[in-house]
Design a protein around this ligand. Structure first.
Ligand code: PMT
Length: 406
C-alpha cells in the first residue's frame, strides 16, 4: 500500500475528531492522505491539526486562488487512488446523490474518476429518514462504497444507527477498496432472486407478502460491483434494476422458477426472494363475486420450491454455492439450520422477521446469521446495503477458494 493515497473529505459532525486517528492509522500503513475540510467540519477539528497529521496543506475553499495555482480542485480529486468521505453527513450524502457541486467537497466528489468510500455518521432519525435511505440507494447504484455506520449511543443522547465506524474498521475498508479496484467476481455468473411473489386469485386479487425486494436488489448490485455477471429474478417490487444487473421481472412462484432455471448455469445462486409457499388452487378470469359464493374459503395448493429445486440439481448443473435465506419469527437460527439441511444449501442466511426484529421485511436494516457447513456467524444489525456488500465479499472469497467452474 506504500504508494497509495486517499483524499479524505472531513464533513461536519461530532465524529470528525476520529479522522485524526484515521489519518494516523493510514500513515502507519504507508497510505498517504490529503484532506478537504468542509466549513462545518472545521467547527469540529482545525485545519492545523489535520494538516499536522497529513503533512500537507488542508483544502477548504472551492475558489482558493493559491490552491488553484498549485493544484486545481479537479486535479485534487484525481491525484489519489480513493476518495474517502468521513464523517459522511446526511448533507454530504444528499449532495453527492444528487450531483451537487457548490463547495469544494461536493465538487471533488463529482469531479473524481476514483471510487468513493462513504463512512456515514449522523443522528439516528436522520439516518433512518426516507430521504437519506433513498440517497444511499442512489449512491449504491452509482457504485459508491460504504463502511458503517455503527449502532450505539450517540452524542445527541439518542441510541441507534448513525455512529461513525471506528477508525480501524474504516482503514480496513480503505485497504479493501484500494486492493480491490480488483473485481474478484469478474466473469462469474450469479443468480439472485428478490421480492415477493404474487399468486393470483382472480383478475383483481392475489396472495402475497411484505417483501420489498430491497435486500435482494442490494445483493445483486453489490455482486455486480465486484464484477459478477448477475441475473436478478424479481417478483413485483417498486425498485429499479441496480446498475450492471440484468433483471427478469416475474409475478408468480412458477414464473420465478422458470426464469431462475433460464438463468442457469451459474456459479452461485442467492435465493433472497420471499416466495409464496402456496397459491390459490383455482385462478378465475372473472372477479369473484360476493353473491356467487364469495371468498370465505380459498383452497390453496403448494408452489414449487425454487431453492430446493436448484440446490438438488445433479453435480455439474448445480451452482457451486447455493445460498438460501430463512425468514423466521421464532427460534430463528434453529429453524434456519434445519432448513439448510432440508433444502441442501451451502449457506443459509437467517433473519428475524418478527415484530421484535428490525422490521426486516420492507425495512432498510437487517441483522443476519450465516449458517454454513463450518459453523455460524452473526453480524450486527446494519443497513441492507452494508449486509449486501459484506455478503458479496464473503461470496467472492468462497468462490475464489472453490476455483472457477468450467
Ligand atoms: O425484501 P425485503 O423487504 O428486503 O426483505 C428481505 C427478506 C426478509 C425477504 C429476505 O431477507 C429473506 O429472508 N428472504 C427469504 C424469505 C423466505 O421466503 O424465507 P423462507 O424461510 O420461507 O424460505 C427459505 C428459502 O427458500 C428462501 O431462500 C426462499 O427464497 C426459498 N423458497 C421458499 C419457498 C419456495 N416456494 N421457493 C423458494 O425458493
Amino acid at each position: 500500500m506504500s504508494d497509495r493515497s486517499v483524499l479524505l473529505i472531513i464533513g461536519g459532525g461530532v465524529a470528525a475528531y476520529k479522522c485524526l486517528e484515521l489519518i494516523r492509522l493510514l500513515a502507519k500503513r504507508g497510505i498517504g492522505a490529503r484532506a478537504i475540510l468542509t466549513r462545518a467540519g472545521a467547527e469540529f477539528v482545525t485545519p492545523l491539526s489535520v494538516g499536522a497529521l497529513t503533512g500537507d496543506k488542508v483544502y477548504t475553499e472551492l475558489f482558493d486562488l493559491t490552491a488553484e495555482a498549485e493544484m486545481g480542485h479537479i486535479e485534487l480529486s484525481r491525484s489519489v487512488d480513493l476518495v474517502v468521505v468521513a464523517p459522511a453527513t446526511a448533507d454530504l450524502l444528499a449532495k453527492a446523490a444528487n450531483g451537487h457541486a457548490n463547495d469544494l467537497a461536493s465538487t471533488a466528489i463529482l469531479a473524481t474518476d476514483k471510487p468513493v468510500l462513504y463512512a456515514p455518521a449522523m443522528n439516528v432519525r436522520m439516518w433512518e429518514h426516507k430521504a437519506t435511505q433513498r440517497n444511499l440507494r442512489q449512491l449504491g447504484d452509482d457504485g459508491a462504497l460504504f463502511v458503517g455506520p455503527d449502532e450505539g449511543d450517540m452524542a445527541c443522547g439518542e441510541f441507534g444507527h448513525g455512529r461513525l465506524a471506528e477508525p480501524p474498521v474504516i482503514v480496513e475498508a480503505i485497504e479493501a477498496a484500494l486492493s480491490g479496484g480488483a473485481r474478484p467476481l469478474t466473469g462469474r455468473r450469479v443468480l439472485v432472486t428478490a421480492g415477493p411473489t404474487h399468486e393470483p386469485l382472480d383478475p383483481v386479487r392475489y396472495v402475497a407478502n411484505r417483501s420489498s425486494g430491497k435486500q435482494g436488489y442490494a445483493i445483486a448490485g453489490a455482486l455486480a460491483r465486484l464484477g459478477a455477471d448477475v441475473t436478478l429474478v424479481s417478483g413485483p417490487v417498486a425498485l429499479d434494476a441496480p446498475a450492471g444487473v440484468s433483471l427478469a421481472r416475474v409475478e408468480t412462484a412458477r414464473e420465478m422458477l422458470a426464469a431462475s432455471e433460464a438463468a442457469l448455469p451459474v456459479e452461485c445462486a442467492v435465493m433472497c426472494a420471499a416466495v409464496s409457499d402456496y397459491r390459490p388452487e383455482i385462478e378465475t378470469s372473472h372477479k369473484i363475486k360476493k353473491d356467487r359464493g364469495g371468498l370465505t374459503n380459498i383452497p390453496l395448493t403448494e408452489n414449487p420450491d425454487i431453492l430446493q429445486t436448484i440446490a438438488h440439481l445433479p453435480e455439474g448443473e448445480r451452482p457451486r454455492l447455493v445460498i438460501g435465506f430463512a425468514a423466521e419469527t421464532d427460534d430463528v437460527v434453529a429453524y434456519a439450520r434445519t432448513k439448510r439441511e432440508r433444502k441442501n444449501c451451502d449457506w443459509m442466511v437467517a433473519n428475524d422477521v418478527s415484530e421484535a426484529g428490525h422490521g426486516v421485511m420492507g425495512g432498510d436494516v437487517n441483522e443476519i446469521t450465516i449458517i454454513d457447513g463450518e459453523g455460524e456467524e452473526t453480524w450486527p444489525a446494519m443497513p441492507k446495503e452494508a449486509v449486501a456488500a459484506r455478503l458479496a465479499a464473503r461470496i467472492a472469497d468462497a468462490l475464489g477458494q472453490k476455483g472457477r467452474q468450467t
